[in-house]
Design a protein around this ligand. Sequence first.
Ligand code: NAP
Ligand code: F7E
Length: 328
Amino acid sequence: MKKTALVTGILGQDGPYLAKLLLENDYKVFGLVRRYSNPNFSNLEYLGLMNKIEFVEGDLTDESSLINIVKNTRPEEIYNLAAQSFVGGSWDQAKLTTEVNAVGVLFLLNTIKFFSPITRFYQASTSEMFGLGNTNGFQDENTPFHPRSPYGVSKVYAYWMTVNFRESFGLFTCNGILFNHESPIRGIQFVTRKITDGVARIKLGLAKELRLGNLESRRDWGFAGDYVEAMYLMLQQKNPDDYVVGTGENHSVGEFVEKAFLVAGINDWKKYVTIDPRFKRPAEVPNLKAKPDKAQKVLGWKKKTSFDALVKMMVEADLKRLKSVKIS
Ligand code: NAP
Ligand code: F7E
């Protein structure tokens, strides 16, 4: 018998990479999609996964839709990847961010508790919860939370609810505290993809400049394809627990920009970059760097893709995509 998993956020960045891994492990994968007039399946198409997922319609803000889905599909594992995940937009849409990222997780946990208590649950927690909690060094499972955005605050609520349902009701619930992870299907608003798309456009003569905000902040960037393995491994353990997942090294936004221009063969990147205050945040998270020792020791997880390889992969993918659009 195939194992079954429900993946929320199946159309985002991580959903397709996780679905690919689950399918390779012979799972039947249900993917939760919101109702749209014109849904966008391009990320699943990019990984060649169309027709391999069974779609179920629902929304994290609608508890009855979640109950229906869980009762009908009885998944052994639920990976909750759905979120309003853009930090920069979370100040202007704080209520929506809270409803999806915090209350939506409570709905899912209640659904599991009442209708499928044997289901194992993965919550997509984030390094944004650390915020200012230890900005000089690294962050691990013992670092205090000090979120700096409505997004970070909403994720702290979901983190503790996930822990609380484990401690209160004995459910198998895990938090993966993942640091930034990127790929060629990263959303275009996030800084890495905005940079690699912008660089490719400049290289191909489709744009003259790239407008960015704070170039100083430092992130621990890894490849999404590596990180979904850690999600999967968490739900295969004997006991549920919470894990920090990252590469253990970080770089500034400016370093990412410089490297991306170099991949495209452009040395004088400063000629093309304009600082635009519109892209600066009311409160910034200046410095994130993971100490993923626990994930390495308990899960046996390790990053496979280097920073340089990640930047190269993303720039080359955007060049290829834009060239094909230009010709047709
Ligand atoms: P993403 O590309 O923004 O995907 C998020 C998905 O959530 C989208 O497919 C979106 O659906 C869906 N969604 C939004 N609101 C929903 C709702 N009300 N009901 C159902 N689905 C909804 O995010 P990602 O980069 O794949 O990240 C996956 C998860 O990991 C998120 O929870 C994020 O907060 C968390 N996380 C990400 C990172 C990272 O660096 N990528 C790091 C730590 C944690 P539509 O496609 O319909 O818009
Ligand atoms: O910003 C700076 C910005 O939007 C990274 C999400 O997946 O990872 C992501 O959140 C940094 C910040 O990601 C621009 O100020 C400069 O310091 O790519 P980002 P994020 O905020 O780190 C975490 C782990 C998540 O959980 C989130 O869901 O880059 N920055 N200039 C800029 N950022 C953007 N977006 N656009 C700029 O023009």
